[in-house]
Design a binder for this molecule. Structure first.
Ligand code: FA5
Length: 425
């Protein structure tokens, strides 16, 4: 038996040679013969019996199910010829049908003329499908005819039906437009408008006074002479400019009370019902304090104004801003520009003054108030023997954050410019 490395696999795809080589390696494969009209033959050295033929068939059935049949064995010169044939209907690819150039250009033109006066897209498709049946030399002319037809079709189609309805090119002039992202007023601006409306409804007039002002209006005219220790309460930013001979240093306003004497000077003769809303500045920063914040200041001066009017105004505002169940409370305090002076509290919107996790005591302090000090009236040119008045000044951030549903325990995010925070208002 020739050694295995002498085997000539001349037809590697011959499945029978693969089968015999695997099953009976001692039978060296020689060649595969294919004769017209005859089954294929695999030619091996040595004797292969009928039993071996059956196992070759079993092997082939497993590997190529139903595709190859071993037909018989014959013997020549001590070798075995294995006859087999592939089952063409399953193992061979169907032959590519021969091209049928059965259409002449004249046939094509006749077909074209038979179409109706207004051809459709379907007609175009049918004509394009006929091109493979034309001889190569006629195809360009046929293509040209199809293009002419296409141009005619586009020209005759009404404009509206030429709209491409693919989602990317979708257009409906009657559909509502995409909404551009629209911003909204800053929550503190919203609060300012709400506060202004409430006070305007009871006769107050909103005014504006400088947010960078002279020491005189911020402190001195308010009964706080230079070097008075009460000024320390207002941790003040000073502007580095020459002092005014009469009004002293320039400061960032620490409170809206700077509007009190300015309003008296403007109006001269009571009655006065002022609402001064402005930015204020103090050298402070923690969860309830920012270096820039807002206050609103009320000032009422007239004949016979007393604490009862102050209390009524506080109550009116509390109910208008927080709801009918809200109440106000005044506690004795000390301001140099009011006498007597009070701290003002509003009842907690969650527990209505009972005390809860949010308020602890049932009340929230919002600012100060009091009866206008006679020295301040004098500074404003108003006779304190004839007129009396009250004033109050509260932080807008403070008043705003006490609204039900907010439970904001830090006012600093109002001024950190994060839309994630501001978009919620
Ligand atoms: C005053 O500023 C007085 N001018 C109020 C006043 C007016 C009393 C008229 C009498 C008559 P006070 O310093 O307490 O008072 O401030 C009032 C409110 O402003 C505070 O209760 C708080 O709500 C707010 N406020 C003060 N400082 C800050 C700050 N740094 N950040 C945020 N809010 C502040």
């Amino acid at each position: 038996m020739p050694p295995k490395n002498q085997l000539k696999i001349s037809h590697r795809s011959n499945p029978v040679s693969q089968a015999v080589s695997r099953l009976y390696p001692e039978h060296a494969y020689q060649k595969t013969v294919t004769q017209p009209g005859c089954p294929n033959i695999a030619h091996f050295h040595g004797f292969i019996d009928a039993v071996n033929q059956a196992s070759v068939q079993t092997y082939l059935d497993q590997k190529y199910p139903g595709q190859i049949s071993v037909t018989n064995l014959t013997y020549a010169n001590g070798d075995t010829l294995i006859h087999y044939h592939p089952n063409l209907e399953t193992s061979e690819k169907p032959a590519t049908p021969k091209k049928n150039f059965s259409l002449t250009l004249t046939d094509f033109q006749q077909h074209l003329q038979s179409l109706s006066a207004s051809p459709t897209k379907k007609d175009l498709k049918t004509l394009t499908g006929l091109i493979p049946q034309l001889l190569a030399k006629d195809r360009a002319a046929a293509g040209e005819l199809i293009n002419q037809l296409k141009t005619k079709l586009i020209a005759s189609t009404p404009q509206s039906s030429t709209i491409n309805h693919q989602p990317s090119a979708w257009l409906d002039l009657t559909a509502p437009g995409d909404k551009p992202p629209i911003g909204h007023l800053h929550p503190i601006t919203q609060a300012i408008f709400k506060i202004q409306k409430i006070f305007e409804s009871i006769g107050f007039t909103r005014v504006r006074y400088p947010e960078v002002d002279w020491d005189y209006y911020v402190f001195e005219s308010l009964n706080m002479p230079p070097d008075h220790p009460a000024r320390d309460e207002w941790e003040t930013f000073f502007i580095d400019t020459p002092n005014h001979p009469q009004y002293g240093q320039m400061v960032l306003t620490t409170h809206t009370s700077n509007g009190q004497v300015r309003e008296m000077e403007r109006v001269k003769q009571p009655p006065i019902r002022m609402l001064n809303i402005a930015k204020c500045y103090r050298r402070q920063e923690d969860v309830t304090h920012t270096a820039m914040f807002h206050q609103f200041e009320g000032l009422v001066i007239d004949n016979g104004i007393g604490i009862v009017h102050l209390k009524g105004t506080l109550d009116y505002f509390a109910k208008a801003f927080y709801g009918p169940q809200a109440q106000s409370r005044i506690r004795p305090f000390m301001f140099r520009f009011t006498e007597p002076s009070f701290e003002v509290d509003f009842s907690c919107v969650y527990c209505q003054g009972q005390g809860c996790r949010f308020c602890k005591s049932g009340w929230h302090e919002v600012g100060g108030a009091g009866m206008v000090h006679p020295n301040v009236l004098k500074a404003g040119g108003i006779d304190p023997h004839r007129y009396t008045g009250f004033a109050f000044g509260w932080g807008i951030e403070r008043v705003y954050t006490l609204q039900p549903g907010l439970e904001l325990d830090d006012i600093r995010p109002f001024y950190q410019n994060s839309l994630h925070f501001l978009d919620q208002f």
